[in-house]
Ligand binder design. Sequence first.
Ligand SMILES: C[S@@+](CC[C@H](N)C(=O)[O-])C[C@H]1O[C@@H](n2cnc3c(N)ncnc32)[C@H](O)[C@@H]1O
Length: 178
Amino acid sequence: MLDAATGEGRNLPPLLALGRPVTACDASAAALGKIPAPLRQRVALVESDLAELPLPSASFAFVLLSDVVETLPDPVAVLRELGRLLVPGGLLLLNIPDSDDGIAGIEMEPTAANGWLYRGRYYFRFYSRAEAEALIVEAGLALVESHVATWHEEPHPHFRPEAHTHRSLILTARRFGP
Ligand SMILES: C[S@@+](CC[C@H](N)C(=O)[O-])C[C@H]1O[C@@H](n2cnc3c(N)ncnc32)[C@H](O)[C@@H]1O
């Protein structure tokens, strides 16, 4: 299994609990450095850009891409690369904040091509369900399932002073093959 853009490894415990070998990659050495030592010892770490991973084709049965697509200027290139890494029939699970989530615009300025710039430096783009499904197809993967998840959160101090509801798209895709 591959945790693609693992960040500080938040999702490694549930992946490791499945009992299969886990690889974790990220472009940020600083983020990888914050993965707690007991977790680091149990995974293979790769520092790399997602668009060109130094990993052999068809080597993962499952790839997780959590909270990443919305930050990518070219998500299709990354989805294609993750498709290359999947074995035929292998699964990719990803999430993206829905364009109706309500986060767009909070400390963000709109950019060209439907994007946003958060605090003047971090790129975000939010997708409708149809747009997110189209990314999967354009990347040459088979869409297995998509749905919208909603959950309620209490105020975040200094960011969102009111309790609010999030909407996130959850998509599962499969690499074509025998
Ligand atoms: C919001 S964090 C999500 C981390 C983790 N997946 C999670 O759910 O907690 C986004 C991560 O994507 C990484 N990232 C963004 N663009 C990347 C790229 N092109 N290649 C590799 N990593 C990237 C960032 O370094 C960051 O660690």
